[in-house]
Design a protein around this ligand. Sequence first.
Ligand code: BTN
Length: 262
Amino acid sequence: MKKLYLTSPDKEHPVPDLINIVDLPTCRSTNEYINENLNSLSSNIPLLVTTDIQTGGKGRDGRKWIPVGKGGIYISYLINIKNRENLGLLALAAGTAVAEAISEMTELDIKLKWPNDIELSGLKAGGILIENKLFNKNVFSVIGIGLNVNVDQKQLSRDILKTATSLSIISGREIDIRELTLRISEYLLYFTGIMEDRLYDVILEKYLFYLKHKPGDEISFHNSGETINGKFIMINDKGALVLELKDGGEETFFSGEISTPA
Ligand code: BTN
């Protein structure tokens, strides 16, 4: 198995020296590849599965991740989470890792939309799908990241033309996909390590920096066909959204989507 050698972004918090890589020329879904081969792959943790072309990618909430062909990042990590109480924060840690990696390599003004949509100029450039498997005390997390990197306007199908973009469209230049994958891997293992050490504030502070909506903003929350308007109070250390409702009460939501009210 190939290996990618890692350096921590912060010397005080080391990351594993390497991550094992399965590099597939093409595949249906990198998340599914790990799910289907979990037994044989679990001895190679931390593991990264990458592909140049993904044909049947999965998105959050049962949606599809529309393929854009070459120039996209389609990667999934298999890692072990020691403390399952941290699983809510994992989604935020992964989003923060992607935002930090992009910011380190480009001048792009990257934004995260809770929980972890990756946006540029108000358009979606990437997303993250986390699937957890619980075996006795072990938690195997599959963290799938899709990112439109060197993707031009013509590659965006009609379904996503008005809502999606890519790093190269916004920056006007191509970005080294291998290097960006390396940086994402380093930041991902760094932030998950920080999370396991329960240094939640380190993650939340960085996450809030990239977050599109800020505390005090009026937002719309959507879940299962329902929309609730309210004021964004904060994201707590379980990764949940705390919303002030119109009647002055507060409610905490662990999953869903938010948008800016029209
Ligand atoms: C979202 O709905 O925003 C999440 C999209 C996640 C897509 C990535 S691409 C690599 C990995 N494999 C998949 O099938 N999905 C994720």
